[in-house]
Design a protein. Structure first.
Length: 130
C-alpha cells in the first residue's frame, strides 16, 4: 500500500471520523491478508472470519491489547477517536465497544496516512498474536 504520506500536522487536521474511515479499511485489509495467508479457504468462510475480527466487540478487545504499547501521542489519537461523536451505532454493538473500535480505527488511519506502516503492522501483530 504505497501512498504519499501526510505530515503529522496534516493528519492532525483531519476529523477523527475521517481517520477512522481510513483506519477501518486498513484494519480490514490487514485482517483479510492474515486470514488469506493461513491457506486455502472458501470465500464465505473468509468473509465470516473477517467479520469476527472487524466487528466492534473484537476491535474493542484489540484496543485494550494495544493500549499499553502506545506512545503518549498515539494514545491521545486513540482517545480523541474513541470520544468523538459517532452517527448511529449498529444494533449489534454496544456504545462502549463501538467508541473503542472507532478509536482504534482512527489510530490506524492516523498512522497509515503518515506512512507509519511498520508501526501499523507492529500493533496489528500484537493484537493477533496468541
Amino acid at each position: 500500500m504505497n501512498h504519499e504520506a501526510m505530515t503529522a500536522k496534516e493528519a492532525d487536521r483531519l476529523s477523527m471520523l475521517a481517520l477512522a474511515h481510513v483506519g477501518d479499511a486498513v484494519y480490514e485489509l490487514l485482517v483479510r491478508t492474515m486470514l488469506t495467508k493461513r491457506g486455502p479457504a472458501q470465500v464465505q468462510d473468509l468473509h465470516r472470519s473477517t467479520v469476527t475480527f472487524v466487528r466492534a466487540e473484537a476491535q474493542a478487545k484489540a484496543a485494550e491489547k494495544v493500549m499499553p504499547l502506545l506512545s503518549e501521542e498515539e494514545a491521545a489519537v486513540y482517545r480523541r477517536g474513541r470520544n468523538c461523536r459517532v452517527h448511529g451505532i449498529p444494533p449489534h454493538a454496544n456504545p462502549g465497544e463501538y467508541h473503542a473500535a472507532t478509536g482504534l480505527e482512527a489510530l490506524f488511519g492516523w498512522l497509515y496516512l503518515q506512512g507509519k506502516e511498520e508501526r501499523v503492522h507492529e500493533l496489528f501483530r500484537s493484537i493477533t498474536e496468541d
